[in-house]
Design a protein around this ligand. Sequence first.
Ligand SMILES: Cc1cc2nc3c(=O)[nH]c(=O)nc-3n(C[C@H](O)[C@H](O)[C@H](O)COP(=O)(O)OP(=O)(O)OC[C@H]3O[C@@H](n4cnc5c(N)ncnc54)[C@H](O)[C@@H]3O)c2cc1C
Length: 499
Amino acid sequence: MMPTRRRIGVIGAGMGGLAAAITLARQGHDVVLLEAATRPGGKLRQVSVGGVMIEAGPAALTLRGVFDTIFESAGTRLDDHLRLTPRVQPVRHIFADGSILDLPMDAEDAEAAIGRFAGAAEARGYRAFRARARAAFTTLESTLLSRARPSALALASQAGIGRLLATGPFTTLWDALGEHFADPRLRQVFARTAGYVGTSPLQAPATLMLIADAEHQGGWWVEGGLSRLAEALADVATSQGVRLRLGVRVAEVLVAGGRVSGLRLMDNETIPCDAVVANVDSAALAAGRLGVAASRAVAPVALMARSFSAITWAVHGPLHAPGMPAECVLHGEDARAEYTALAYRGRMPASPSITVFAPDRFGPGLVGRDAIGGAPPGDAERLLVMVHAPARGDQGQPDVAATTACGAAVFARLAQAGILVAREAEHITGPVQFEALFPGTGGALYGPAVQGWQATFSRPTARTKLPGLYLAGGGTHPGAGVAMAARSGTLAAEELLGA
Ligand SMILES: Cc1cc2nc3c(=O)[nH]c(=O)nc-3n(C[C@H](O)[C@H](O)[C@H](O)COP(=O)(O)OP(=O)(O)OC[C@H]3O[C@@H](n4cnc5c(N)ncnc54)[C@H](O)[C@@H]3O)c2cc1C
């Protein structure tokens, strides 16, 4: 008989672990949350660059309703913990031919901007694309994304075959975009949504266009950076009675009588548990990072292709880029070649797309700058520059020469586009460092890649083969991203509580 007040261990204080811990503690269980790093948040992290803290993970919050629900479930409000500012600035897209599209967040403004940039037919294509993305989100939100156990049969019966097929499960995102956009630059812009889950648009199902809809539902900047969200969730967790232990790495999930009995830490301390939620990539479990019993509880790694890793440069130094908004994307020369190199060849593309976040330009009052456009020319600003990279961080030592050459090419491309960055102080994180932060992943940042229609149904779910062991996080259903990882934590807690 399972005790009413269960002892539950949660491994990892990423979004999934924090959400699971809050849900479980709210139900009166005795929850210990064990985090290897010295701060909560996982991929939501800051790095120190020349004494200045720079956000080195995701920048903006989308689907904030997921978090409103978590905070409200604990009797508090997101707005009581964090100051959020709507993400209204356009994102600047700079293409290899030198053309520039400033794409507003608002749908009608975006349509008008696309019309001016590429003509009326492309603007109509965008309107049709948006409607399709909206339909995909609405169809799948209630039938798939908020369900703990996705089933193709249940999905078809709830959503209806017609609506389901309209989400494009059997078409690639790349091909579906070709139905809406004749201009290859716009195809590049919206193909990026597959990159948000570390997947090539040449392999991702068109269904992933729902990410574009989630983005258009509205985004938020968090004052002080998105990692503050993790700190706020950790505060809520501890206020609910969760014992948060930082700087503690779990070495093994212990088993007795065929079910989870506890956790062993690296220093051999053991913690008896009736159940465990692992906010750890299932690849890490499969690789034996949490012991033999846990490795048998999940599918073998070889069955799932890894999502992309990244190279990020967190930079603090003088920036000369008059009028540059907070978010810019410099698209590569050839999207097909770029994603083929990353996904099929496991290589860095010759001309990678580059994402630039300049948080000091996020908006009035938010970070002490009083105008979009940022600091006076030449003043020091914080930047995060990012390119996708193959997740091969567990295959040898960091290739310093290759990373240096990649950095030189990336910053030369920025300079060519009029973004002049003095790299006075910087912190580089590549696949090898991401593997060290998230062991057993090769540096993959989004769990398994989402390839083909069956990807959703083969993704690990909260339940594992080992009774008492549950999974949460971006590598688990419903998928990667800040909000979905948090939701997977809530779903894992609910599965555990229902068991
Ligand atoms: C550079 C970058 C940019 C991104 N951009 C976006 C974006 O724009 N939008 C978006 O939605 N998402 C983005 N993401 C992805 C998003 O951050 C993740 O999908 C999400 O945060 C993953 O949360 P998680 O629950 O899987 O936990 P993780 O963040 O993976 O955290 C897991 C935690 O477990 C801990 N842990 C691991 N093993 C152990 C152990 N043995 N013992 C104890 N603790 C352990 C780790 O230290 C870590 O803190 C980005 C990620 C990165 C890195």
